[in-house]
Design a protein around this ligand. Structure first.
Ligand code: 0JX
Ligand code: SF4
Length: 346
């Protein structure tokens, strides 16, 4: 299932004469969030506890490097639970699953380990609750994204997906007095608020979610890149193409003053031409990105003369989650309630 890696640049970046002061603005927070840390450790622990192979439904997080490294340790990534041998262990990804997937796994006798981020589970619970109260749920998010499929699957009869602000203008509802909006956790905050504004213009009684669905990590990374982008000639976002929150960082950077912004999986995708005439390079990474990949970008930039690295910190993060409950007992049957998270904090 993982996309094979295509090597890009063969030559190291060159330190060509250019603008006077070359520097890097390094956004913080960036990289791993607490939910990703927990999900990746869950796969590692499952391998340790039960031995290889451990099956994982979908990519545990949307990062090709993480997936490739876990494959080397014995994880097998599948698209659906019917590809998993009966009785085997299967980990559900950080993005969550619908009840239909949970039931399919159980019907197959699989031993499921649920690595859904607790902040995604929170949105699932909201969907269940509003559906029970017979609300129509306008779920702002990208159709086809695993998280949206999982959340919508909690109450398919009650959910309408709203992909964009433009779609908000055309949505029809059954009863405008019983409508609530919820959202995917990894969207652009500004674009989502624009979608909500347009929805509310049409349905003034639209209810808000009980608390923010766009999670702290998504919000913090966007705030940090906005601050960096206003002073950056170029922004490099480390993250995979299917990582919603990483792709949003490129868009946010461009909307907030970056003259150019690109996403890369690996340092060797940074092109020499991107650096032409560039004084300030902003660097950040999505919530599913190990810090080592950012360090490789910084090393390559240093070789090109961008050795002066300044952190631009807009928040501290210390949220941690405990392991999925299926992994909280150690091999001897003792509970392991250690909290996780923040391994890769800046
Ligand atoms: O595509 P997403 O941004 O939702 O996922 P990714 O890149 O794996 O990020 C971390 C997991 C997020 C779950 O909400
Ligand atoms: Fe959880 Fe947010 Fe990380 Fe998604 S991005 S795994 S919702 S903390």
């Amino acid at each position: 299932m993982p996309v094979p890696r295509v090597p890009r640049r063969r030559e190291p970046l060159q330190d060509v004469a250019g603008p006077g002061r070359k520097r890097v603005l390094l956004a913080s927070p960036r990289g791993y969030c607490a939910g990703v840390d927990r999900a990746v450790i869950a796969v590692e622990k499952a391998l340790e506890r039960f031995g290889a192979p451990v099956y994982v439904r979908k990519q545990i997080v949307h990062n090709i490097h993480v997936v490739t490294e876990l494959e080397k340790q014995g994880a097998i990534f599948v698209d659906e639970v019917d590809e998993v041998p009966e009785g085997a262990h299967v980990v559900f990804s950080a993005h969550g699953v619908s009840p239909a997937v949970v039931n399919a796994a159980s019907d197959r006798g699989l031993r499921a380990i649920d690595a859904t981020c607790p902040l995604v589970t929170k949105v699932h619970r909201e969907a269940v609750r509003f559906a029970r109260d017979d609300f129509e749920i306008l779920l702002i998010g990208h159709e086809g994204h695993e998280e949206v499929e999982g959340t919508a699957g909690e109450a398919p009869e009650h959910v309408t997906i709203v992909n964009s602000p433009e779609e908000a203008d055309a949505i029809e509802v059954r009863d405008p007095s019983k409508v609530v909006w919820l959202s995917q956790t990894t969207l652009s905050v500004d674009e989502t608020m624009e979608t909500v504004r347009r929805l509310r213009a049409r349905f003034p009684q639209l209810q808000d979610p009980p608390s923010d669905d766009i999670c702290y990590a998504t919000q913090n990374r966007q705030v940090a890149i906005k601050k960096v982008a206003k002073d950056a000639d170029l922004v490099i976002v480390v993250g995979s193409a299917n990582s919603s929150n990483s792709v949003r960082l490129v868009e946010v950077a461009l909307e907030h003053g970056a003259k150019a912004a690109y996403r890369v999986d690996y340092a060797d995708e940074v092109e020499q031409a991107w650096l032409d005439g560039v004084e300030t390079v902003g660097v950040t990474s999505g919530a599913s990105v190990p810090e080592v990949l950012v360090q490789q970008v910084l090393d390559d930039l240093a070789a090109a003369g961008y050795r002066d690295v300044e952190q631009v910190r807009t928040a501290e993060e210390d949220l941690m989650f405990s392991l999925p409950k299926e992994l909280r007992q150690d091999a001897a049957g003792k509970r392991d309630d250690r909290a996780l998270g923040g391994r890769s904090r800046a």
